[in-house]
Design a protein around this ligand. Structure first.
Ligand SMILES: Cc1cc2nc3c(=O)[nH]c(=O)nc-3n(C[C@H](O)[C@H](O)[C@H](O)COP(=O)(O)O)c2cc1C
Length: 185
């Protein structure tokens, strides 16, 4: 099982960091791609540098590397998670505009009918954003905005991040106990 983790230039790169950590803990291979905008947001929002994220991954590709195996449908990967997903990348994916490796790997996942999770982050959402999400959802793309729930009574920011990442693992079919489930509370 290989999961492609794409980090784009939206707030909430902490979710990507945590996802890479828990996938590594479970010995699940990850291919990592980071957009240029995301690199700057990582420097601003995270207490860890980009190299820390690269070291968590199994393999890393630059976002302009169209010679990466990930750019071809003939290369096997299980799923793609775009976390967080900017409105720009959302729009590009919704319209098949593959001008970088992140958009290309999403395009590949859609055409090959593979699992793809987008975690769009913006507020408020415009009709353009909503239409792009609806279009992709109808194609089978999982639209999973990083919206926490509070019924588990989180005490720390880490608890909130783990709820969101745990729900992503649920959707990928990876067992986890990162958060308190309704019914167990
Ligand atoms: C600090 C910071 C936070 C940003 N947060 C968001 C965001 O939450 N959502 C979003 O759609 N764009 C956000 N942007 C703007 C995107 O980074 C910008 O549109 C960029 O072109 C996205 O490119 P990418 O999708 O290739 O990473 C943010 C930019 C900065 C500098």
């Amino acid at each position: 099982m290989k999961v492609v983790v794409c980090i784009t230039g939206a707030s909430g790169v902490c979710y990507a960091k945590r996802l890479l950590e828990v996938l590594k803990e479970r010995d699940i291979k990850t291919s990592l791609i980071i957009s240029s905008s995301a690199k700057r947001i990582i420097e601003h929002e995270l207490d860890r540098d980009i190299q820390y994220l690269i070291d968590l991954s199994y393999e890393y590709y630059e976002n302009n590397d169209f010679f990466s195996p990930l750019a071809s449908g003939s290369h096997k990967f299980h799923s793609v998670v775009v976390v967080p997903c900017s409105m720009k990348t959302l729009s590009a994916v919704a319209n098949g505009y593959s001008n970088n490796l992140i958009c290309r790997v999403c395009d590949v996942a859609i055409k090959e009918r593979r699992k793809i999770i987008l975690m769009p982050r913006e507020m408020p959402l415009s009709p353009i954003h909503l239409e792009n999400m609806l279009k992709l959802s109808k194609l089978g793309v999982v639209i999973m905005p990083p919206i926490p729930a509070f019924y588990g009574k989180p005490k720390t920011v880490e608890d909130i991040v783990d709820f969101v990442v745990g729900r992503v693992l649920d959707n990928l079919g990876i067992p986890n106990d990162l958060f308190r489930r309704w019914g167990d509370i």
